[in-house]
Design a protein around this ligand. Structure first.
Ligand SMILES: *Cc1c(COP(=O)(O)O)cnc(C)c1O
Length: 493
């Protein structure tokens, strides 16, 4: 399979190169165009396990790896890490379905992909004869950092450094990161907000001197964020898995299309659904759900992408994003690989903060996508109502999607089954979830966790219960300019 940079035809890569490089030299995102060559027939998957489906689907997208390699890699990635062999179970809630993506080690959906990515990077490194140690640098607003640490810790040939904004993550998220085990990990707070940490990491990647120094030290810098095709591919698998579950339970007939409602930030999760659709999965609509940062809702409805707007800090922080980086891949796909158009739109976004997509492209998009948004208030009410009516406890991100599903059903009920993607355990956002179903006012995140558990009897994920007994290993805190020094010390270890 050939992957193209979304910004110029000069840069192509095979799947191993695309995984190892992460981003193309011109800043574009590696994207396939021949989806007809990646078809996966659902009927062939019905008798398979979650891991087998995963290996099959990922192997179709990243086809430089043999079937054998892929199965081994998937086994190593998921073995003993998820609560169920199912990996991503589907629950019926009322007339609709919830696809639970949070049964992994860090209780957020990023585990599904970040368990696989380190193995893919190692396999790519072997295939390409690269010998350097791979050093992963990540800035996180909470979920990605911990999921990346869980994925990379003690994986030979890799090292990982995570930066988080000091005071900018929840108690639970901080505890998750600073207690991380492993000899090849580093965790460091940065004075400032998430953007400061993110900019610091970007500066390090752009620092020629550091890159030369790293090379001389036998290291190669890489990133674990969702622009890597190796993070997208594992997410395509759970759309297939969910569909198979619905068929096997007799909820739908083989061939019936299904709506997927996706709580969206960087547009990675929902783009994986579009990959599945183009690979042959019967998908009716992909419903793009945003919180108060509704830049994507406006874009899908009007064709104007405008990031010049107020940034809101919401109760669904992993969706607090104004530049959805994976949308670039979709623009490339929906324009039939029009590099010049994508490069032009991305330049406008960078320089002016706004662009307008051609109507022909938006027509394609609206055939397959529907968009809506819900603010914190609506999401909170949805958590309360779904708990009351069905005894099902949702987290704040899932609740945004649930609310948008209700709008979708009211405005455009196409009669097909709806599957809401659930991206985090309610216990990861205990305080907000608790306040949605009671008047309790806990003092800390852990206090909220206990109260929520006492009130609902929904089991707390094991790794979260153990968290408060673990000893913190990392207490470094640096200013942005000193991040470079921290990385150098980590690489030299
Ligand atoms: C990352 C994340 C999202 C958004 O996913 P994207 O792929 O960025 O659209 C939603 N919910 C949670 C809990 C997340 O961690």
């Amino acid at each position: 399979m050939i992957f193209y940079s979304s910004r110029s035809e000069k840069y192509t890569a095979d799947s191993a190169q695309a995984v190892l490089k992460g981003i193309a030299p011109d800043g574009g995102l590696y994207t396939p165009v021949r989806f007809d060559q990646m078809r996966v027939n659902v009927a062939d998957l019905l008798s398979k396990s979650a891991r087998e489906i995963s290996a099959e689907v990922i192997g179709r997208i990243l086809n430089d790896f043999t079937g054998e390699e892929m199965r081994e890699l998937i086994d190593a990635a998921y073995d003993g890490k998820f609560e169920t062999e199912d990996l991503t179970p589907v629950e019926k809630v009322g007339d609709d379905f919830v696809l639970e993506l949070f049964r992994g080690p860090t209780s957020a959906f990023k585990d599904v992909a970040l368990s696989v990515l380190p193995r893919l990077i190692l396999a790519a490194r072997r295939k390409l004869g690269v010998e350097e140690e791979i050093v992963i640098l990540t800035a996180t607003s909470g979920d990605t950092g911990k999921a990346a640490l869980e994925g990379f810790h003690d994986v030979p040939g890799t090292r990982i450094v995570v930066f988080y904004p000091d005071g900018g993550v929840s108690d639970v998220q901080k505890a998750q990161m600073v207690t991380q085990t492993g000899d090849n990990v580093g965790v460091c707070a940065v004075r400032g907000n998430f953007d400061d940490a993110q900019t610091g990491v970007k500066n390090i990647f752009a620092d020629d001197e550091l890159n030369h120094w790293a090379q001389a030290s036998g290291a190669r810098l890489s990133s674990a964020n969702s622009i890597n095709i190796g993070r997208l591919a594992p997410q395509v698998a759970y759309y297939y898995k969910a569909y198979c579950d619905l068929v096997l339970r007799g909820e739908i007939r083989l061939g019936d299309p299904v709506n997927f409602v996706v709580p969206t930030g960087n547009f990675g999760d929902i783009l994986a659904g579009e990959f599945a659709r183009r690979m042959g999965l019967p998908v009716a609509k992909l419903v793009c759900a945003s919180n108060a940062n509704n830049v994507l809702t406006d874009f899908i409805r009007t064709g104007v992408y405008d990031r010049r707007r107020t940034f809101y800090r919401t109760a669904s922080p992993s969706m607090d994003i104004l530049v959805s980086s994976n949308l670039e891949r979709y623009l490339f796909m929906a324009s039939n690989g029009d590099f010049d158009l994508v490069a032009d739109l991305m330049a406008k976004l960078r320089d002016e903060g706004v662009y307008t997509a051609p109507e022909s492209l938006m027509k394609v998009m609206r055939e397959n996508f529907w968009a809506g948004c819900a603010d914190d208030d609506r999401a909170r009410r949805a958590i309360g109502k779904v708990w009351q009516d069905y005894g099902y406890l949702m987290d704040t991100h899932t609740a945004v999607a649930w609310s948008v599903m209700e709008d979708f059903k009211a405005q455009e009920d196409n009669g097909w089954v709806n599957v809401v993607l659930s991206t985090a355990s309610p216990y990861k956002f205990s305080r907000d979830v608790l306040s949605a179903i009671s008047d309790a006012e806990p003092q800390s995140g852990f206090g909220a966790m206990d109260m929520l558990n006492a009130l609902t009897n929904v089991p707390v994920p094991e790794p979260l219960t153990r968290l408060r007994d673990l000893t913190p290993r990392f207490n470094d805190c640096v200013d942005q300019p000193d991040m470079l020094g921290y990385v150098k010390r980590a690489v030299a270890k």
